[in-house]
Design a protein. Structure first.
Length: 201
């Protein structure tokens, strides 16, 4: 049976069973009855999906338990893993910007990415979005991260913004982490330790 890699399924040292093509550990217990190939495939798919869903929820819980400072560090690490050079801004002088990133790290090369991070503060509304993107210049790109999500008005404000703006809620944040976790630096992996597991295809 062919195995497929799962994107950094979060285990956090909990005991999950790993299916392997080189050892005798099995994902599912033996049954007294013999099942046909279709029944086995359906059971594998069902239990694999349940494992993925549970691991995603665990990951989101761990994100929510991070402090505000650690959240900014996590967002910085995601951008670094995506190939940018990112840094956190100084407190009190950021004008709404918590993380800045660019290809050269200096902001001389486009795109210049400005990120605001709001953690566990409830849904962000349209006024917050307007305030964040105000005064941006050509070549600027904006990301607004809110683990509490966004109101319908905020999403509309982002869609009509002349400055490219991407809204990142908790679900998208978890997806970005699992997509780019392999490229995280050691500091990022300490913030959010994950382990990859393999499931039957």
């Amino acid at each position: 049976m062919r195995l497929r890699p799962v994107r950094a399924v979060c285990l956090f040292r909990q005991q999950f069973i790993i299916a392997s093509c080189v050892d005798s550990v099995k994902l599912f217990p033996k049954k007294d009855i013999i099942k046909n190939e279709k029944e086995i495939a359906e059971e594998v798919e069902l239990q694999s999906n349940e494992l993925l869903e549970n691991s995603t929820e665990t990951l989101k819980d761990r994100i929510l338990n991070l402090s505000a400072d650690d959240m900014e560090e996590l967002v910085k690490e995601i951008l670094n893993a995506m190939g940018y050079i990112a840094r956190r801004t100084k407190k009190g002088a950021d004008r709404g910007v918590d993380v800045f990133a660019s290809k050269d790290g200096l902001g001389l090369e486009e795109p210049r990415i400005f990120v605001e991070v709001k953690h566990r503060e409830g849904q962000m509304g349209a006024p917050k979005i307007r305030s964040f993107i105000g005064g941006r210049q050509m070549g600027d790109r904006c990301i607004y991260v809110s683990t509490g999500g966004f109101t319908k008005e905020a999403k509309y404000e982002a869609e009509r913004s002349k400055t490219p703006l991407f809204l990142v809620d908790l679900d998208i944040l978890a997806e970005l982490i699992t997509s780019h976790y392999d490229n995280f630096r050691a500091e990022g992996k300490v913030l959010l330790p994950l382990r990859k597991v393999y499931l039957p295809a």
